[in-house]
Design a protein around this ligand. Structure first.
Ligand code: FES
Ligand SMILES: [Fe+2]
Length: 254
């Protein structure tokens, strides 16, 4: 279960409290909270998928709750390294998803990470395609140094409306995935929308050396997070501009 970190009595941080036989006790005045909740404090069901922690918002979310998050196939946990980066932008989830489903921008907008990008196939915009065809396929070279690149084929698809998955289907790191989850948050004090981008990179490789590289996961994770965060700083500028233009009424019909 997951609950608000603000004590319903006088607002103390509940993260500083103590858990005692399944009861959370606030440090300020000892208020006891358990899985049944209490006045002003309602715990919500949580789900740990091994990489990401989810909270089910039930009626707060305004959508029918699902028994579990919708996840695409991932590499096996014992054969992969995972890292999660989280950033928040002034935009709506659609703006994040639109950025991720625009593969053409990759080499233009992130020349430090991508080169030789070709969109091999794109789904027809107005057609209701079966899932296995409803995806972009891209050939791209990941830059790993000034003169060094790793060419791969990757597919982009949406297992659900606020998630975009990139899976490497051919080349180095085949079956590695990057899951981008666009999570709406409460509006900011300026009244404008806020969206958290939670991006999980789950890398795997057939190379014999990868098993030992996995032992270096604590060192690899910060690097993987930095790479994702650098790309998302640019991509959030894209998503935020899209949101700002929409709010200004662009494109105007007149
Ligand atoms: S603020 Fe938590 S018990 Fe008073
Ligand atoms: Fe991008």
């Amino acid at each position: 279960m997951v609950g608000s970190g603000i004590c319903p009595h006088l607002g103390a941080p509940l993260a500083a409290g103590r858990v005692d036989c399944g009861t959370l006790r606030c440090r300020w005045h000892g208020l006891a909270l358990d899985a049944n909740g209490g006045p002003g404090w309602r715990p919500l069901p949580a789900h740990d998928d091994g990489v990401l922690a989810w909270v089910r918002l039930d009626d707060l979310g305004g959508e029918p709750p699902l028994p579990a998050p919708v996840l695409a196939r991932r590499p096996a946990p014992d054969a992969s390294v995972d890292a999660v980066a989280t950033l928040t932008g002034v935009c709506e989830p659609d703006d994040v998803v639109a950025n991720r489903l625009d593969p053409w921008h990759g080499a233009w907008f992130h020349p430090y990470s991508f080169t030789r990008l070709t969109v091999v196939s794109a789904p027809e915009a107005s057609t209701d395609l079966p899932d296995e065809q409803d995806r972009f396929v891209v050939d791209v070279t990941f830059r790993v140094g000034p003169r060094l690149g790793v060419p791969v084929r990757a597919e982009f698809f949406c297992p659900e409306p606020r998630t975009v998955v990139m899976r490497i289907t051919d080349g180095e790191g085949r079956e590695s995935v990057v899951e981008t989850h666009a999570t709406p948050r409460a509006p900011g004090v300026d009244g404008r929308a806020r969206t958290a981008v939670v991006e999980a990179t789950i890398a795997t490789s057939d190379r014999p050396g990868f098993a030992s590289a996995r032992r270096l996961a604590p060192l690899l994770r910060p690097m993987m997070r930095r790479t994702a965060a650098r790309l998302w700083r640019d991509d959030l500028a894209y998503a935020e501009r899209r949101y700002a233009l929409r709010a200004s009424g662009w494109p105007s019909s007149g």
